[in-house]
Design a protein around this ligand. Structure first.
Ligand code: URA
Length: 192
């Protein structure tokens, strides 16, 4: 793994230092076409030290596979790298504290598309209120750390576990993302 993408010690957020057992860094190729951004590690991610390895991760892995991808093809990270207590949402201060690490990751990976998984990462990167269910599957050009980035809004994979009607939305969004990988339609368009 690219060592510059790893945060190995950080004590900026008092609550998170107390609640985490480790810092959960992003995983996947350092030059991936797709960068998935979640909210923060949950219990299992905190235990294993890898993003999206719990039930949400299974949903994500299934959708990737259905879209012709495997987890190892994509990069997966979170807005906040330490597990919040009782899985509460990260505060705006915690999001700000971790923002530089996320921006460094975006800058170095330089993905074709950033897929925001759920409300927190969508609002964090778009910098506005986002009605995720209504905007899922839509692409936006967003300035992030001085560059224009393509951001694809997605519902959180866990939403499909609570509300089956979100399943098709989630799968269609991942299929749209896959078009931007090597071999996908959008990537091929770039060759002409
Ligand atoms: N949900 C997230 O937003 N991130 C994870 O890593 C796991 C679940």
């Amino acid at each position: 793994m690219d060592e510059k993408l790893r945060v190995t010690d950080c004590e900026r957020c008092g609550d998170l230092v107390d609640s985490r057992s480790r810092i959960v860094n992003g995983v996947g190729p350092a030059d991936a076409d797709l960068l998935f951004v979640g909210e923060a590690p949950g219990a299992q991610e905190d235990e294993e030290g890898e993003p999206f390895v719990g039930r949400s991760g299974d949903v994500l892995d299934d959708a990737l596979r259905d879209a012709g991808l495997v987890r190892a093809d994509v990069r997966i990270t979170n807005c906040v790298r330490c597990r919040p207590p009782e899985n509460r949402d990260p505060t705006s201060e915690e999001l700000d504290n971790c923002r530089g690490y996320l921006e460094t990751e975006i800058d170095r990976v330089d993905p074709e598309v950033i897929v925001t998984l759920g409300k927190v990462p969508s609002e964090h990167l778009l910098g506005r209120d986002v009605a995720v269910t209504g905007e899922a599957g839509e692409l936006f050009d967003v300035r992030i750390a001085g560059e224009t980035r393509r951001v694809l809004v997605s519902v959180h994979p866990a939403a499909t576990l609570y509300d089956r009607s979100q399943e098709a939305t989630f799968e269609a969004t991942i299929e749209r993302a896959a078009e931007f990988t090597d071999g996908g339609d959008q990537a091929r368009l770039g060759e002409f």
